[in-house]
Write a protein that binds this ligand. Sequence first.
Ligand SMILES: *[C@@H]1O[C@H](CO)[C@@H](O)[C@H](O)[C@H]1NC(C)=O
Ligand SMILES: *[C@@H]1O[C@H](CO)[C@@H](O)[C@H](O)[C@H]1NC(C)=O
Ligand SMILES: *[C@@H]1O[C@H](CO)[C@@H](O)[C@H](O)[C@H]1NC(C)=O
Ligand SMILES: *[C@@H]1O[C@H](CO)[C@@H](O)[C@H](O)[C@H]1NC(C)=O
Ligand SMILES: *[C@@H]1O[C@H](CO)[C@@H](O)[C@H](O)[C@H]1NC(C)=O
Ligand SMILES: *[C@@H]1O[C@H](CO)[C@@H](O)[C@H](O)[C@H]1NC(C)=O
Ligand SMILES: *[C@@H]1O[C@H](CO)[C@@H](O)[C@H](O)[C@H]1NC(C)=O
Ligand SMILES: *[C@@H]1O[C@H](CO)[C@@H](O)[C@H](O)[C@H]1NC(C)=O
Ligand SMILES: *[C@@H]1O[C@H](CO)[C@@H](O)[C@H](O)[C@H]1NC(C)=O
Ligand SMILES: *[C@@H]1O[C@H](CO)[C@@H](O)[C@H](O)[C@H]1NC(C)=O
Length: 637
Amino acid sequence: MGSRLLQIVAVLFTVTLFGEIRTNAAECSPDDLEALISFKNGIQRDSSGRLAKWVGESCCDWEGVVCDNASGRVTQIRLPGFISTDEDLYQSEMTGMLSPSITLLSSLDTIDLGGLIGLSGTIPETIGVRLPKLKKLFLYGNNLTGPVPESISELSNLQELHLHENRLSGSIPSSLGSLKNLQRLLLYSNHFSGTLPDSFGNLTNLVELDIHGNSLSGNIPDIFGEMQVLEKLDLSSNLLSGKIPSSITNLTAISVLYMDTNYLEGTIPFPSRSGEMPSLGFLRLNDNHLTGNLPSNLGYLVSLQRVSLSNNKLEGALPSSLGNLRSLTELYLSGNLLSGQIPNSIGQNSQLLMLSISYNMLQGPLPEEISSLKNLQTLDLSFNSLNLSAIPKWLTELPSLSKLHLAGCGIEGQIPELSQTSLNSIQELDLSVNNLIGSIPAWLGSLDQLYLLNLSRNSLESFIPDSIIKLRDLGVLDLHSNKLTGSITQAISGESLTHVDLSDNSFSNGVEDIGIGSKDIQYLNLSHNFLRGGLPSSIGRLKPLHSLDLSFNELASNLPETLANLTSLETLKLQKNNFTGNIPKELLKLTKLRELNLSDNSFEGEIPEGKPLIDFPRSCYAGNIRLCGKPLSPCRP
Ligand SMILES: *[C@@H]1O[C@H](CO)[C@@H](O)[C@H](O)[C@H]1NC(C)=O
Ligand SMILES: *[C@@H]1O[C@H](CO)[C@@H](O)[C@H](O)[C@H]1NC(C)=O
Ligand SMILES: *[C@@H]1O[C@H](CO)[C@@H](O)[C@H](O)[C@H]1NC(C)=O
Ligand SMILES: *[C@@H]1O[C@H](CO)[C@@H](O)[C@H](O)[C@H]1NC(C)=O
Ligand SMILES: *[C@@H]1O[C@H](CO)[C@@H](O)[C@H](O)[C@H]1NC(C)=O
Ligand SMILES: *[C@@H]1O[C@H](CO)[C@@H](O)[C@H](O)[C@H]1NC(C)=O
Ligand SMILES: *[C@@H]1O[C@H](CO)[C@@H](O)[C@H](O)[C@H]1NC(C)=O
Ligand SMILES: *[C@@H]1O[C@H](CO)[C@@H](O)[C@H](O)[C@H]1NC(C)=O
Ligand SMILES: *[C@@H]1O[C@H](CO)[C@@H](O)[C@H](O)[C@H]1NC(C)=O
Ligand SMILES: *[C@@H]1O[C@H](CO)[C@@H](O)[C@H](O)[C@H]1NC(C)=O
C-alpha cells in the first residue's frame, strides 16, 4: 500500500515539474539546436529511445538537455547509459560517432555521455578551446579511441574528468597538471602509455586519481606526495618501475592506495611517526618486486583494513606492532620470503577475517593467541617451515573458520578424531603435501558445509568412507598421490562434485558407476590406479566434462559411443590401458579437443578421418599394433 502511494506521489511530482519546465523554457539558440542535431545524426542506434524524441525546435525540452532559463543556452547534456527511473534501473546503449559538433555548445558545463558502451570516435581536439565553462566531462564506458587532446588543459573550471573504460591511447598530457580545480581524474582501463607526469603534483584539489589498467612505465614522481586532499590513488596494473617515493607518507588524506601489479622495487616507505597517513584503510602493493623488512612502523597505520603485499620479495619477521592494527580485516602476505615466528600480538587483530601467509619461510610454533581471532574465516599457512607435526586442536575450534589451508606444514600421523564443535562451519580443508598416514576418517562426512577437500600427496591408505556421500555441497575432492584402495564409487557420487582427482592411488574398481552419481564433474582424473573393467555408457551423462584422464590403468573393452556426447572435452587421456575395438567415428564430434592420447592400448582399424583426430601427433596413437590411417600409416586395402 505505502509504496503504491509513494509511486503516485512521485508521478504527480514529475508531472508538475515537467509542466513547469515547459512553460518557462525559452526556445533554444539556433546554434545550439544545430549542434545537437549534428550530435544526434552521428548516432546510429540509441537503445533508450531518448534521441528519437529529439524533434522540433524546443531543444530545451528534450530529454537529457538542460538550458539556462535566462539565456536559453544549453548548459548540460545528460544522456548516461545507466538510466534510473522511478520503476527501475537499466543499461542503455548508443552506437555511432561522437560528433565534434558538441564543442559548438559553448555554454556547456556538463557533458554526461558515460557508459553508453558503443560511442566511438575521438575526443574532439578543440574541446578545451570551445567549452570554457565545462566542469564535468563524463565519456567513460565507451569505445573512444585516440589521445586525450592537449586542449583539455585549457578547461580551467574542470572538476571531474571521467574517461575510464575506453580504448584511448597515447601519453597522458602533462598539461593536465594545470587543471587546478580538478577533483576526480579517472583514466583507468585504457591503452595509455608513457610516464606519469610530474605536473600532477600541482593538482592540489585532486581527491581521486585512478589510472589502473594502462601501460604506463617509468617511476612514480616524488611530487605525488604533495597532493594534500588525495583520498584515492590507484596506479595498479601498469608497467611502473623504480621505488615507491617516500613522499607518499605525506598524503594526509589518503584512504585507498593501490600500486599492485607493476615492477616496483626497493623498500616500502612506511610512516616515520604516528599520525602520518592516518586514514589509510586499503593498501595493495602485491605483485611487484618489493624488498626489505616489514618494519615496526607498520603499526602506525592504525586505520588499515585490507592489506595485500603478496608476491614480492619481502623478508624478515613480522613485526609485533602488527597487533596495533585493530581495524585489520584482511591480510595477504603470501609468496614472500618472510621468516621467524608469527608474533603473539596477532591475537589483538580481533577484526581479522582473512589471513593468508602461504609460500613464505615462517617457523613454528604457531602462537595460540590465534585462537582469540573469533572472526577469522580464512587461514592459509600453507608451504612455510612451520613443522606443525599435528593440527593444533584450538585451531579447529575457531568459531568462524570456513577455509583452512595447511598444505606442506609438516603435519604427521593419523588425521585426529575431532570433537563435535570442531570445524563446524568449514568449507575448505586443505591438508595436502603433509605426512598423514592411516585412513580417511568417517567423521569428515559430518562437515556438512564442506566444499573443498584436499588430502593429496600424503600416505593415506584406506577405502574412501561411505560417509563422504553425505557431503551435499562437496564440489572439489582431491585425493591424488596417496595409497588409497578399493572402489571409487563414493568419490564420484556426490551431487555437487565438479573436480575429482583420485589419480596415483591403488583403486581397483567402481568404474561402472561413472556418470551415475554426479553429473556436473568438469575435471576427472583417475589415472595411475589399477582400475579394471570397461567404460560404462553412462559416462556420456557427464556433459560439462572438460578433462578426462583414465591413463595408466587396466581398463579394457570397447569405448562407448556415448563418449562423443562429451562435447566440452578438451583433454582425453586413455593411454596405457587395454581398450579394444575401433575408435568410434562419433569422436569427430569432439571439436574442442586439444589434448588426446590413446597410445598403448589394443585399438584396431582405421582412425576416423577428420578433425580434430587427424591433427594429433603419431605418438597419441602409437602402441596400438592394429590401428592404421592418418596420422599413422595408411590402412591396407
Ligand atoms: C529554471 O526554471 C526551472 C523551472 O521554473 C527551475 O526549476 C530551475 O531551478 C531554473 N533554473 C535556473 C538555473 O534558474
Ligand atoms: C568498437 O569499435 C570497433 C571498431 O573501431 C568495433 O569493431 C567494435 O565492435 C566496437 N565495440 C562496440 C562495443 O561498439
Ligand atoms: C606547477 O605549477 C607551478 C606554478 O603554476 C609551475 O611553476 C610549475 O612548473 C608546475 N609544476 C609542474 C611540474 O608542472
Ligand atoms: C613531507 O612534507 C614535508 C613538509 O612539506 C617535507 O618537509 C618533507 O620532506 C616531506 N616528506 C617526504 C618524505 O617527502
Ligand atoms: C621439523 O621437524 C623434523 C622432524 O620432526 C625435524 O627433523 C626438523 O629439524 C624440523 N625442522 C625445523 C626447521 O624445526
Ligand atoms: C591440492 O593440493 C595440491 C598440493 O598442494 C595442489 O597442487 C592442488 O592444486 C590442490 N588441488 C586443488 C583441486 O586445489
Ligand atoms: C592426472 O594425474 C596425474 C598424476 O597425478 C598427472 O600426472 C596428470 O597430469 C593429471 N592429468 C590431467 C589431465 O591433469
Ligand atoms: C549420446 O550418444 C548417443 C550415442 O552416440 C546418441 O544416440 C545420443 O543421441 C546422444 N545423446 C545426446 C543427448 O546427445
Ligand atoms: C588386452 O585385451 C585383449 C582382448 O581382450 C586380450 O587378449 C589381451 O590379453 C589383453 N592384454 C593385456 C595386456 O591385458
Ligand atoms: C602419449 O602417451 C605415451 C605413453 O603411452 C607417451 O609416450 C607419449 O609421449 C604421449 N603422447 C603425447 C602427445 O602426450
